[in-house]
Design a protein around this ligand. Sequence first.
Ligand code: SF4
Length: 277
Amino acid sequence: MSVPVVIDQTPVSMKPTEYKSEVKPIWCPGCGDFGVLSSFYKALAELGIPPHNAVVVSGIGCSGRFPAFVEAYGFHGVHGRALPLATGVKLANPGLRVLVVGGDGDAFSIGAGHLPHAARRNVDLTYIVLDNEIYGLTKGQPSPTSPHGMARKASPYGSPEYPINPLLMVLSYGASFVARGFSSRPKDTVELIKQGIEHKGFSFIQVFSPCVTFYDTYDHFRQRTTDLPPDHDPTNRLLAMERAMSEDPLYLGVYFCEERPTFHDALDEVRKKAGSQ
Ligand code: SF4
């Protein structure tokens, strides 16, 4: 068995801009992903996470380029395999902060088979899904979150499929932290990312991140999004599911949060039992 390298986790004092790598984002001007990246830098800075202590893992898609833009370790993996890669990184060295980033196609179609297992195992990862409701990188095909009837160049007669509900899905899979943000609400997105990173276990954050080139949904989300009601109880999974089903308004904030042993804690228990026999 490999011995994890001990990592100095002492918080550092860095400005958000110091988390920018030398690689400049090549997203289309106005893409929602810029807002999420900027919130991501701020969250790392506010938590004082040392770059040597963070690993950004992604799959394929416009948002999959994320690791290249962050001053930290990174792994741009193959399509849909960000979660198993990230799980491997975390298990190899639990001292690392493992941050997973991807789009709706990578998360809910190609990689959909991995999501329930990361959630039910409560692997200590933060998974940020930049949801633009379309396949942007491959020029605008309907994705698993595209609305029924969405007519674009690649679906001129309207998408015949109905969308999945990502929050409902991960809540039913047993995710221990579930939240939703919007790239146009950067301060709130910073807070959600910080809370997700600090949560011990699998944190899932869906961020609406419009694709201005193939499906500009800024107005749609501006008109429909609102904060979760002040009386929302984030310890109530059923209430979280009920509010996740609302399509108008689309609620933003922390839907659900519970503390329970992580996958690593559970494996330690197994190791102890195995060692005591
Ligand atoms: Fe963003 Fe869409 Fe351009 Fe991709 S194609 S960079 S998602 S605006």
